[in-house]
Design a protein. Structure first.
Length: 159
């Protein structure tokens, strides 16, 4: 069984988002062991100060990299990442699962991820050219992972 670690920055504030994540985590549990690690978002006083934002991303990045399980294939979710359709993502997840059995998927804060984290990742993944709130991205990621595992298992969920 694959070990999935979802590393996120910040907490889910909205109850409906927490409920959606919990539902997909429950569904995923028949295919993978899922662990979620939440990293505290660094405080930024001046949202227009690029130096302050970079310092916050770097501090978050250090914590993220420390949280990644040893030997896990790291995937960064970021705007400049590669887009996959559902069958291709399923094939990628299946391949990584076969290769190392551990996959860490990383979602940054509303400011993104540090370049250090991105460089450390095997893959940069984008789910869309559109921009989504990073909290909603958790739900989208969990659904995409669930869909990937159902495709790999030959289930009818993916039509």
């Amino acid at each position: 069984m694959t070990n999935l670690t979802i590393i996120t920055v910040g907490t889910l504030k909205e109850g409906y988002l927490r409920e959606a994540v919990a539902e997909y985590k429950k569904r995923l549990s028949q295919y993978a062991r899922v662990e979620e690690i939440n990293i505290k978002e660094e405080r930024i006083n001046d949202e227009d100060d690029k130096t302050e934002i970079k310092a916050a991303l770097d501090a978050e990045g250090e914590k993220i990299l420390l949280a990644v399980p040893k030997g896990a294939a790291k995937i960064a979710l970021c705007v400049e990442g590669k887009e996959y359709d559902s069958p291709a993502l399923a094939a990628l997840i299946g391949s990584l699962s076969d290769d190392c059995g551990k996959i860490a998927l990383i979602i940054g804060s509303s400011h993104g991820l540090s370049e250090t984290v991105k460089r450390e990742c095997r893959l940069r993944l984008s789910v869309s050219k559109m921009t989504f709130p990073h909290q909603l991205m958790r739900v989208i990621l969990y659904e995409a992972l669930y869909r990937s595992f159902t495709i790999l298992a030959g289930k009818r969920y993916h039509k």
